[in-house]
Design a binder for this molecule. Structure first.
Ligand SMILES: Nc1ncnc2c1ncn2[C@@H]1O[C@H](COP(=O)(O)OP(=O)(O)O)[C@@H](O)[C@H]1O
Ligand SMILES: [Mg+2]
Length: 368
């Protein structure tokens, strides 16, 4: 085994933590092991509560510790399943759980990810890199998205105009021009799965619309879709990023207010919203795109993938599996890769994406 790294990703969808063990000897990753540890309903509810503006500091600290312990357990299980000792691992890159992301709204310019990295380093004995976003923000950036540098390293191909779409709770795109002299750009396009997840939770008592089956049973309501697309975020020029602070069930309830709507039609319209904001962004900023590579859990939603393919035609839409990496692991692998960049003293942000004044080495290092 060469240079082993662990990546931990727990995104806005609040589904759990994705843990990957990768070999980064050649700079580019080979996946050794991977697993998802879903959050319990209690943790998920506590995190949803924390996302509310009035949340208490004590609750935040409690969850910070609890997630630190959970992440450490995920790492221990991952290593056991792979038969690898902690001493063989160079570092863990831990994204943490975002509870605030305030890149440009109002007067506070910051973002906060919890899941105490001190606990991770202490329990596992492995050097941990965390708090990736705030250095980019300190340099004037949005602190997001951070995956584009990895998308570029892994998915770029000279001569083909590609876009990588990550559909998690929020969705973001990375534009990879086939002409390498042109800059890589990217930004958050808006909601990914988080509104549909919340809607499924409310009406189906399920954490998600499995395979998009429920959305497939409804009809897209064009007027509703237009009202959703009226949110100023969609017109805002990049750099831009967003989160649960903006797109949540309160936002959806305000848009649906007073109308007689079938829940399945709203689900269908939410799928259309995600697909439309992605394809509009691509049409506007990368009209010559030939191939769209999809990663993140949204790649499993068939209704969403079908709609994306319809709207993006004639560009090819395919899951990242076609490029040797399952959609579920791309983001966690990106944070393992970013941790390596940090230890090597190399920058991890792309100013053309985040809007930072310059490149910076991301994250804080907690020695093992
Ligand atoms: N089989 C599936 N059918 C439909 N949606 C799915 C499926 N599997 C995952 N998802 C969606 O993907 C989300 C998780 O994606 P993920 O990439 O982990 O997002 P995040 O990084 O925000 O946690 C789930 O909340 C769900 O909406
Ligand atoms: Mg997730």
């Amino acid at each position: 085994m060469g240079e082993l790294y662990i990546g931990l990703m727990s995104g806005t969808s609040l589904d759990g933590v994705d843990a990957v063990l990768v070999d980064l000897t050649a700079g580019l990753p080979t996946l050794v092991a991977a697993s998802t540890d879903p959050y319990s309903a209690t943790v998920r509810e506590a995190l949803l509560e924390l996302n509310r503006p009035q949340a208490s500091l004590e609750r935040m600290l409690e969850l910070d510790v609890r997630l630190g312990e959970l992440y450490a357990q995920s790492v221990e299980r991952l290593l056991q399943s792979a038969g690898i000792a902690p001493s063989q691992v160079m570092a863990i890159g831990s994204h943490g759980q975002t509870i605030r992301h305030l890149p440009s709204d109002g007067t506070i310019h910051t973002t906060l990810q919890i899941g105490d990295p001190n606990i991770l380093a202490q329990r596992t004995g492995i050097t941990t890199v965390a708090d990736f976003r705030r250095r980019d923000m300190a340099a004037g950036g949005q602190g997001a998205p951070l995956v584009p540098a990895f998308h570029h390293a892994f998915f770029h191909r000279q001569g083909e105009n590609r876009v990588v779409v990550n559909i998690g709770g929020i969705s973001n795109i990375t534009i990879l021009p086939g002409d390498s002299t042109r800059p890589v750009t990217g930004f958050d396009t808006g909601p990914g799965n988080l509104l549909l997840d919340g809607w499924a939770e409310r009406h189906l008592r399920e954490p998600m619309d499995e395979d998009g089956a429920w959305a497939a049973s409804g009809e897209v309501r064009p007027a509703l879709l237009e009202r959703m697309l009226g949110d100023p975020f969609f017109q805002q020029p990049p750099p831009k990023s967003t989160g649960r602070d903006r797109f949540n069930l309160t936002w959806l309830d305000n848009i649906c207010d007073g109308q007689d709507l079938e829940p399945a039609d709203v689900a269908a319209t939410l799928c259309a919203l995600t697909a439309t904001c992605i394809t509009r962004a691509i049409r506007q900023h990368a009209p010559a795109t030939e191939r769209i590579i999809v990663c993140g859990g949204g790649a499993h939603n068939r209704t969403l993938m079908t709609r994306l393919a319809e709207l993006a035609h004639p560009a090819i839409v395919e899951p990242s599996t076609a490029h040797r990496m399952a959609p579920d692991w791309v983001e966690a692998v990106a944070f393992a890769w970013l941790a390596q960049r940090t230890l090597q003293g190399k920058p991890g942000n792309l100013p053309s994406v985040t809007g930072a004044g310059h490149e910076v080495v991301l994250g804080a290092i907690y020695p093992g």
